[in-house]
Design a binder for this molecule. Structure first.
Ligand code: CTP
Length: 407
């Protein structure tokens, strides 16, 4: 039986009918040896009592943000940081909306905002609420913030409707908890990984620029995965609107030249991964004043080529042991990628199929092919997070072959 001995879980119970199942969840966690502290949201108190949960957990149950004794004994910040993991079950539509927007108006939401630990949510709500665009948006936001989600399951609901919305069963939530708390190998401990991400922005004048639609999602996911494997992860990022990934050092830049300088300044490194969609050209002479309409037609802009950051680092004296490029292709994907592998002098190209309505740009899924001197490896369609994790595990094995990467 997998143990949770020595682990501490903060269980935050939301106000839904599924709250009754948390009795069983607490019992299962305790059987595995976990210490369980509990926060009840105000609405949850309508469904379960602090007394029953206190006797199951053997710990005081916290209910109100403004209880002075609780604040003296253990402040809400300490409460959320003393845990190894926060579990929200049932995660109601309201509680997830608060989490997604950073609201903190009671003990449950304040603890969730104040934590620096991983969070698992087990959503439970009416099927229409689950399918509402607002809930879909909020769950997406939470996933981007690194929150893990278990369930909901399909089935008949307390309200009489049928569909997805039933909270995952206690044993399923327990399995997710065990998975999140299991010790992970850190094959990249002591290694430095530099990642470029996002677009670059090349100024035309003080108010206009040339750029592209890159969201930066794949690069951010890779940086997070590198940090998860123990690496010092440096993310050289063009302008994007993504949350800062935990454990990653973000170095913001705007132009291709700034991105190159920042990367050069971060060398030496063990691995460099270039996911950025660098603008190929910049305006030769940026205007320091806003360009005005003169009545004699549009201005003509002379473009000059930007430095190729990947090729420059790959051929530099401080070349990292492993250099990885990305290639966005619409046809003859692997053939073009193999050519780039040679031209740019890297060890691996992750070729992205951006043809058809692949939804790669700005989307959350990727179909990639790994192209190296050894040949081509086709990966199935995966989420950008899964691509990141698989890629970093592979690179860790290439860098430290004697060690087995994280399971
Ligand atoms: N890259 C880079 N600096 C540039 C251009 C590209 O570091 N100035 C990197 C990208 O981050 C990516 C790889 O090179 O890892 C391939 O980029 P891509 O734009 O697909 O290749 P290009 O060389 O620009 O070729 P083309 O646009 O003709 O397909």
């Amino acid at each position: 039986m997998t143990t949770l001995a020595g682990k501490s879980v903060l269980l935050i119970i939301g106000g839904g009918i599924a709250a009754y199942k948390t009795h069983e969840l607490v019992r299962l966690m305790k059987t595995r040896g976990a210490a369980v502290r509990i926060i009840l949201s105000k609405a949850a108190e309508q469904f379960v009592t602090p007394l029953s949960l206190a006797s199951l957990s053997g710990e005081k149950v916290y209910t109100s943000l403004f209880s002075l004794t609780d604040e003296v004994e253990m402040g809400h910040i300490q409460l959320s940081r003393a845990a190894d993991l926060l579990v929200v079950a049932p995660a109601t539509a309201d509680l997830m909306a608060k989490m997604a927007h950073g609201l903190a108006d009671d003990l449950a939401s304040t603890a969730l905002l104040a934590t620096d630990k991983r969070v698992l949510v087990a959503p439970a709500m009416n099927v229409r609420m689950w399918r509402h665009p607002a809930t879909i948006r909020n769950v997406e936001t939470l996933k981007l913030d690194g929150v893990a989600v278990v369930g909901p399951n399909d089935g008949e609901m307390a309200c009489g409707e049928f569909g997805p919305g039933r909270m995952a069963e206690p044993n399923e939530i327990l399995a997710a908890i065990i998975d999140m708390l299991k010790p992970r190998a850190q094959p990249l401990a002591g290694k430095k990984v530099v990642i470029t991400a996002g677009p670059t922005r090349e100024p035309i004048d003080p108010v206009r620029f040339i750029s592209n639609h890159s969201s930066g999602k794949q690069g951010y996911a890779i940086a997070r995965a590198a940090a998860d494997l123990g690496a010092e992860a440096i993310l050289v990022s063009g302008p994007v609107s993504l949350p800062l990934p935990p454990g990653v050092q973000v170095m913001p830049v705007e132009t291709a030249q700034e991105m190159l300088e920042m990367c050069e300044g971060e060398m030496p490194a063990d691995i460099a991964i270039f996911t950025a969609a660098v603008a190929d050209w910049r305006v030769a002479a940026e205007s320091h004043e806003k360009l005005k309409k003169t009545g004699s037609g549009p201005p003509s802009l002379t473009l000059i080529e930007n430095p190729d950051i990947l090729a420059t680092i790959s051929r530099s004296a401080k070349r990292p042991r492993i250099v990885v490029g990305f290639a966005a292709e619409t046809e003859r994907v692997t053939e073009h990628a193999a050519q780039k592998l040679k031209n740019k002098g890297c060890d691996l190209i992750v070729a992205n199929d951006v043809s058809r309505d692949s939804g790669v740009f700005g989307g959350d899924r990727n179909t990639v092919h790994l192209v190296s001197a050894a040949g081509v490896e086709d990966w199935p369609p995966l989420s950008k997070d899964d691509v990141a994790q698989k890629l970093m595990e592979r690179l860790a094995q290439m860098l430290v072959p004697q060690q087995k990467a994280a399971e």
